[in-house]
Design a protein around this ligand. Structure first.
Ligand SMILES: Cc1ncc(COP(=O)(O)O)c(C=O)c1O
Length: 423
């Protein structure tokens, strides 16, 4: 058996461990687990609101539109709506969730650069007026749009170090963007400004500063050359989350871009489309061991959730989630025997591996594990592979009027849970 001394955890890991321990000790989490079992995503909507307030405090003159694609749970949408956040949608289905939740459509922008004509019609019909384009075919779809529609041309900034360099799929360079603005003018379509996305899980705050500065300079040049006036600058998403290591915080990124944005805040409405930063840390995934095997490369634990389920961020987003054995959250980690183990998901596919070389105490079938920061791009990208149900989500929230903890019934993926108050 290969056992190892436990290395000193980084500050981030120690902080995450303490947060998970505190969460699992609450009556609300205990009740949710007792009712629903595992796997279960525990969603703390107060944390979503807290992140929104941090963003708003750091950049008070920016209008934030939460990127619904990161987590479309009605409770997350509702708390952001109540806090005054706007929304960014990519599809008619995301839009319908907001409309069903009675969100004011004036606070919704549609930022997918490629849309079916029917999706545009649907969005226009419910009152959305801001859309994104990056090519002629998309521009042509707006030829007969109402006059108050505002198009943003999506710019591409290469970011090979971002976890997801979105510029390879969408966006254009300055030359093509200028041509599109001229073409829009020829067709009588209003271009209100520009958007970009620096890439998800941005590794380098300077790239954000660079993209903001370049875009502002480009807008000023075009305004002079074409005698046009733009009104909107959309700085996209990309604020990173510390999954297994520290990353630049909201305040660090904001302090980098704030001086440039402040210079143009009187000229342009400044929008942002944060996704993961608002919801990732709000959810903790609790799983349990369903099988144990000794293989040639050591011990394997098979969990009741995997990369085809809520750990989908491992494959789709290259996230390395932390996984804590719940048995050692209370601090006696040093006492236990630890060994390197592989953590696999429940399906029969050999690609369903969550992590290799995880240092864990000896576990038994049924032992629970917990992964923090599992709110973004997890539930939304889960599948029902092998016929497994989508991982349930239990909402832990503080009911403001009574101070009671409300746990809506767990939901599988999206759709309307009916809140139940647990006594
Ligand atoms: C257009 C657009 N806006 C916003 C986001 C949210 O990005 P993030 O979750 O990195 O903040 C994405 C993510 O893919 C996106 O494509």
């Amino acid at each position: 058996m290969s056992t190892s001394p436990l290395p000193r955890p980084s500050d981030l890991i120690a902080r995450r461990r303490a947060e998970v321990a505190a969460l699992l000790a609450t009556d609300a989490a205990q009740a949710a687990l007792a009712i629903h079992g595992t796997p279960l995503l525990l969603l703390d909507t107060a944390r979503v609101e807290q992140q929104f307030r941090r963003l708003r405090d750091a950049l008070p003159f920016v209008r934030f539109h939460y990127a619904v694609k990161a987590l479309d749970h009605p409770a997350a949408l509702a708390v952001l709506d109540r806090a005054g956040c706007g929304f960014d949608v990519a599809t008619s289905e995301e839009l319908a969730l907001l409309v069903d939740g009675s969100v004011d459509t004036a606070r919704i922008i549609h930022t997918h650069p490629i849309k079916k004509p029917a999706e545009i019609e649907h969005a226009l019909a419910v009152g959305v007026r801001t859309f994104v384009v990056d090519n002629d075919a998309e521009l042509a779809k707006f030829s007969r749009a109402p006059r108050d529609v505002r198009l943003l041309v999506r710019l591409a900034y290469r970011n090979p170090h971002a976890k997801s360099d979105l510029s390879s799929k969408f966006g254009v360079g300055f030359h093509e963007a200028e041509r599109l603005v001229r073409e829009a003018r020829r067709r009588g379509i209003r271009v209100g400004g520009f958007s970009f996305h620096v890439g998800s899980q941005l590794d380098d705050p300077d790239r954000f500063v660079h993209a903001v500065d370049e875009t502002i300079a480009f807008m000023s040049r075009l305004e002079r050359q074409l005698s046009v006036r733009f009104d909107t600058l959309d700085i996209g998403g990309g604020f990173p989350v510390g999954y297994d290591r520290d990353v630049a915080g909201i305040e660090d990124i904001a302090s980098g871009i704030r001086p440039s944005l402040e210079r143009v805040r009187g000229r342009y409405t400044i929008l942002a489309e944060p996704g993961r930063i608002l919801v990732a840390e709000a959810a903790t995934l609790v799983t349990s061991v369903m099988g144990i095997a000794e293989r040639a490369d050591g011990r394997w634990y098979y969990l009741d959730d995997g990369v085809y389920g809520a750990y989908s961020n491992v494959v789709a987003e290259d996230v390395h989630p932390l996984v804590f054995a719940v048995t050692e959250l209370d601090g006696d980690a040093e006492q236990a025997t630890h060994r390197w183990a592989t953590l696999a998901g429940p399906t029969c596919d050999s690609a369903d591996v969550i992590a290799r070389e995880m240092l864990l105490p000896d576990l038994r079938v049924g032992d629970p594990l917990a992964s923090p920061a599992m709110g973004a791009y997890t539930a939304v990208t889960s599948t029902r592979f092998n016929g497994r149900p989508l991982t349930s989500i239990a909402v832990l929230s503080q009911a403001p009027a009574t101070g009671e903890v409300a746990i809506p019934a767990a939901t599988s993926g999206v759709g309307g849970p009916q809140p139940q108050t647990v006594p």
